[in-house]
Design a protein around this ligand. Structure first.
Ligand SMILES: *[C@@H]1O[C@H](CO)[C@@H](O)[C@H](O)[C@H]1NC(C)=O
Ligand SMILES: *[C@@H]1O[C@H](CO)[C@@H](O)[C@H](O)[C@H]1NC(C)=O
Length: 225
């Protein structure tokens, strides 16, 4: 009897541990209607948005829940992409709500280089233009095609994805994440713009020291572009 009990308890503990793992895999559930960070406690500069004290709900206003900063495209990089990331740092109203979003604009031929979000699945809605879009799964299968205006593609959490404007006009994309802090690791800069040991990179990619130096210069985060 006692043995049976303890094995049931073990099973329950295992189930509980699995549940915890699943729960911790996404943003925590809010414990109040909303939490506009209290500006008295300083600007939102930390990724630990969830633990910032909220301002008294009675002081919240309609404007706290409206973001007007993405009516026009942001600043273009030399890859022909302009991204405006909307997270609680710029839009306090979404703090603790488990979501965030972006506007990205692509010039003709512009690209969003391969990257992934460690903490969020992304829904990508082509508002204007024709955008070749896709992702790679963990078996290196590529799922990609041209997405036309009005179509939506989903990029599963943690998988490498990419976009390129293949149309004749600029493209505008609205992306939405199921985390307020999805994170963004760009593959080229995570590999070549970081301080990973050069010899290791030479062996990993079959490149010469000179080729590695070229890639390093290209993706050096301190490089002025
Ligand atoms: C929030 O504001 C209301 C109305 O001004 C007040 O009654 C309440 O005590 C405040 N709550 C806190 C925690 O300060
Ligand atoms: C674009 O660049 C200008 C000038 O550097 C800056 O003031 C502005 O905040 C930038 N816009 C975005 C969306 O980052």
């Amino acid at each position: 009897m006692a043995k049976k009990m303890s094995s049931s308890i073990t099973i329950l503990l295992v189930i509980f541990a699995l549940q915890c793992a699943i729960t911790l895999a996404s943003d925590p559930d809010p414990v109040q209607d909303f939490c506009i960070p209290n500006p008295k406690f300083g600007a939102l500069r930390t990724p630990l948005h969830n633990i910032l004290p909220c301002k008294n709900a009675s002081e919240a206003t309609t404007d706290d829940f409206i973001f007007s900063g993405m009516k026009v495209a942001g600043n273009f990089t030399d890859m022909g992409i302009a991204v405006i990331s909307v997270n609680p740092t710029v839009f306090p109203g979404i703090n603790t709500l488990g979501m965030s979003f972006i506007r990205s604009d692509l010039k003709v031929g512009g690209i969003n280089p391969p990257h992934f979000h460690p903490r969020a699945t992304e829904i990508s809605h082509v508002v204007e233009g024709s955008v070749y879009s896709g992702f790679v799964d963990s078996a290196n299968r590529v799922f990609a095609r041209v997405i036309e205006q009005g179509e939506v593609m989903v990029f599963p959490r943690g998988l490498v994805h990419f976009q390129m404007n293949v149309g004749k006009n600029p493209a505008t994309i609205f992306g939405s994440f199921n985390s307020q802090n999805p994170g963004n690791q760009k593959i080229p800069s995570a590999i070549f713009g970081s301080r990973i040991n050069s010899e290791l990179l030479e062996k990993a990619f079959g490149l010469s020291p000179k080729q590695i130096r070229t890639m390093r210069r290209k993706f050096d985060p301190k490089r002025v572009s």
